[in-house]
Ligand binder design. Structure first.
Ligand code: AMP
Length: 303
């Protein structure tokens, strides 16, 4: 895999406690950036930039490295690794955060080494927009920059977040967040408003209902891959973004047709991660499994 396709992702690495109607799992390796990195590593070389505590087990690092992920940007600091505890409702599109322990994530100031600074593909995971801006300032002419955010940052730090929109290529956001960011309840009008604020493309994640891509002159919609059982949706959005960016980086082509294929790869990767707790399913997933489900998805949506 070549440096021309390197993806750098900045965000959270965490231990998650997850409760779903199917059961409970404790201390699963997670965090938005970790889910993204694992998914993207199926396609391209990945550098992961995130803080970890001195409690971060060697085995977790070894697992990430076994996926070819460059972990030199995992900044180990005294204290605890970020911990998140979430509980899903019977309707798994809804979840509550039971507990959040930021640990070393609280004082995170991302610093990129030379390889990461020259990375052509960059994904700014959900962190304080002022830090996302600082990362952008460290980059040396990236080819494509994606950005994620969440309700907390939209509510607390709207001004710096809006200022970033004109500087990125792809905003990846869920439907609740896009409505909040655009102050508009209709998703189509909300997307148009975000484009007017400067984002080149807006990709809206709609959980089990799929995803919609908006750009100035086109709209593309895909369903989620229909599954008989969704075991745990944690990390689906980040895995979706990782698969999508992975395909874009591996092919080096961000035109509209290839972006559509990338969205389908993202959808396929996300459909696997929800089959087990946290990122467990990704440990056994093969590239052949991905390609097989990609073909099933093409058949599913052909008419
Ligand atoms: P998703 O299900 O795609 O929203 O991603 C869930 C992942 O995001 C989990 O692995 C959590 O560890 C991580 N996460 C939860 N809350 C936060 C937060 N405030 N900041 C960054 N990452 C978070």
């Amino acid at each position: 895999m070549s440096e021309a396709s390197r993806i750098t992702v900045i965000g959270s690495v965490a231990f998650d406690t997850i409760e779903t109607p199917s059961g409970r799992a404790d201390d699963e390796l997670g965090g938005a950036a970790a889910h993204f990195a694992v998914a993207a590593s199926f396609f391209a070389p990945v550098s992961l930039i995130a803080p970890i505590g001195d409690d971060f087990p060697r085995a977790s690092r070894q697992y990430l490295e076994s996926r070819g992920i460059d972990c030199s940007g995992l900044e180990q600091r005294p204290g605890r690794t970020f911990r998140w505890h979430g509980r899903y409702h019977e309707d798994m599109n809804k979840r509550d955060t039971v507990h959040l322990d930021l640990g070393v994530f609280a004082g995170f100031t991302p610093r990129l080494d030379a390889a990461a600074r020259h990375s052509p593909y960059v994904f700014l995971g959900t962190i304080d927009p002022t830090l996302q801006r600082d990362v952008l300032a460290q980059l040396d002419g990236p080819h494509l920059v994606g950005l994620d955010t969440m309700t907390h940052w939209i509510e607390e730090t709207r001004t710096p977040l809006e200022a970033l929109l004109g500087r990125i290529d792809l905003l990846v956001i869920n439907d609740e967040e896009v409505r909040l960011l655009a102050r508009e309840t209709n998703v189509v009008r909300a997307a148009r408003r975000i484009l007017a604020l400067g984002a080149k493309r807006v990709l809206i994640k709609r959980g089990e209902y799929g995803a919609i891509l908006f750009s100035a002159d086109s709209v593309f919609a895909v369903p989620a891959f229909p599954l008989e059982q969704v075991f745990d949706p944690t990390g689906a959005g980040d895995t979706f973004a990782g698969g999508l960016m992975g395909h874009l980086a591996a092919t080096g082509d961000a035109d509209d047709a290839n972006l559509r294929r990338a969205i389908v790869y993202g959808t396929v990767l996300a459909s696997f991660v929800v089959e087990d707790f946290g990122g467990r399913r990704m440990r056994t997933l093969t590239r052949d499994d991905v390609e097989q489900r990609y073909r099933q998805f093409v058949a599913l949506t052909a008419f």
